[in-house]
Design a protein around this ligand. Structure first.
Ligand SMILES: [Fe+2]
Ligand SMILES: [Fe+2]
Length: 445
């Protein structure tokens, strides 16, 4: 039987060929991204083939849809003549891309190049099918299927051999979150905190109001801005990571609850406006840089957009500001033996944040291992934002001639810098690691 290239029967035959091939299974074991092959035709709508290839398996192969176009990681387009040369092994697919015969409309050339052997093996399998390369008459073109929103059964991870990867760093974090992240802000006893608050000096009350105002608005921002990243991870089918991310968002929501209902409403009992504490650097980061980087993911889910988003969210907002801020807040209370309820809440919250940052480090490392150019994106983003973060810390201290509670700018700037550098070194290492090596890492911040 002869198959016409890009027809539904040919796609099914390609899928069967790949599923039966041990050569492809071996060569494609590190390829994890769905892709779309587009046949550009002069006088008819483009025809698209969707291939979900994961770890040497062909999970799904079908006629592609416009939704796929937005969601897949790689889109390759060419004329029929070029596809014929590529799919009959007359020209190497990567070489065809380099020569701009085969157009890489979406995705990273570096990643493709790193998986040249997988691409070659795929083409070698397809080349074995008896195929005619002729254009179909327009009225005979297959109708694209209705866009499917739910994941087809063939792609369920939990029912595949091996199922969830238990050693995946995100699974390790998920287990930690179930063990350590279950705490209820409503259970905190604030009676001592309320009486401590009433005995504080004006400046002491002001600095706590200021820090609380920065923290609660920061937690509100990270709660509102996380979803686009979760959507990208879900669309990429990274179940282990999404399991962890459900705890991440839930915890950010609890942090908002802790500050809004516990600290502000119960202890400080403040009902007025607190936004006058938001200095220009703070407004720039939380009102502009963070939401812009995160919501950009709704229209651009490239590795670089993800790297930019995570560098902003995990490395700067959480890794520099939240971590240092909570350290200072906790130190102010603990060193002066004040407000045990808030101290407890901050202790729980710091633990949660350390898991969030650990996920960010994993995610950024994975992105760098997938495409080493992500490192430059991250470096550039951190260079832009680190000075703003340090300005925010400096602006807090600048508001008081003598900082209450014995807090010192030097001490906290040093903590911020040390943690930042340690994580940067971790990320730098990922430039020399493969994705498989990143997955094999023991989770640790
Ligand atoms: Fe948080
Ligand atoms: Fe967080």
């Amino acid at each position: 039987m002869q198959y016409r290239a890009f027809s539904p029967e040919w796609v099914d035959a390609c899928a069967n060929q790949l599923r039966e091939s041990s050569t492809y299974r071996q060569a494609g074991q590190h390829w994890h991204w769905p892709l779309l092959l587009v046949l550009v035709t002069p006088d008819a709508p483009d025809q698209m083939i969707y291939l979900d290839l994961q770890s040497g398996q062909c999970n799904e192969a079908r006629i592609g849809t416009t939704t796929d176009l937005a969601q897949v990681s790689f889109v390759l387009a060419a004329s029929l003549a070029t596809w014929q040369r590529v799919l009959t092994s007359q020209v190497d697919p990567i070489v065809a891309i380099m020569q701009r015969q085969l157009l890489l409309k979406k995705g990273s050339l570096t990643t493709l190049a790193m998986h040249a052997a997988a691409a070659k093996a795929l083409v070698a399998e397809v080349a074995q099918l008896p195929t005619t390369f002729t254009l179909m008459p327009v009225d005979a073109l297959p109708l694209p299927p209705v866009d499917v929103v739910t994941t087809p059964a063939s792609t369920f991870i939990t029912t595949r051999a091996g199922g969830l990867q238990q050693q995946h760093p995100a699974m390790q974090l998920f287990r930690k979150a179930k063990r350590l992240g279950i705490w209820n802000p409503d259970d905190i006893d604030y009676r001592q905190d309320i009486s401590d608050w009433q005995r504080l000096t004006d400046d002491e009350q002001d600095v706590l109001r200021r820090l609380t105002s920065l923290f609660v608005a920061g937690e509100e921002s990270v709660t509102l801005d996380l979803l686009p990243l979760i959507q990208v991870i879900a669309r990429e089918g990274r179940l282990e990571e999404e399991l962890f991310l459900t705890t991440f968002l839930w915890e950010e929501a609890k942090h908002v609850d802790f500050f809004a209902n516990g600290v502000i409403a119960t202890v400080i009992q403040h009902t007025g406006d607190l936004s006058h504490y938001h200095t220009p650097a703070y407004q720039r980061l939380f009102g502009d840089e963070l939401p812009r980087a995160m919501h950009a993911l709704t229209s651009d889910s490239s590795i670089h957009a993800q790297a930019r988003a995570s560098a902003t969210y995990n490395m700067i907002v959480e890794g520099v500001l939240a971590e240092t801020g909570y350290e200072a807040y906790f130190a102010a209370l603990a060193r002066n033996n004040l407000m045990p309820g808030i101290q407890h809440g901050i202790t729980m919250l710091k633990r949660d944040e350390s898991r969030h940052i650990a996920y960010g480090i994993f995610l950024l490392s994975r992105l760098i291992a997938q495409d080493s150019r992500a490192w430059q994106t991250i470096e550039q983003r951190l260079n832009e934002l680190f000075p703003i973060a340090m300005d925010i810390i400096a602006e807090i201290f600048a508001a008081y001639p003598v900082m209450p509670f014995g807090l010192s700018l030097d001490e906290f700037a040093q903590i911020a810098l040390t943690n930042f550098n340690r994580r940067l070194q971790r990320l730098e290492k990922a430039r020399r690691q493969t994705v498989a090596q990143i997955y094999a890492l023991e989770e640790s911040d």
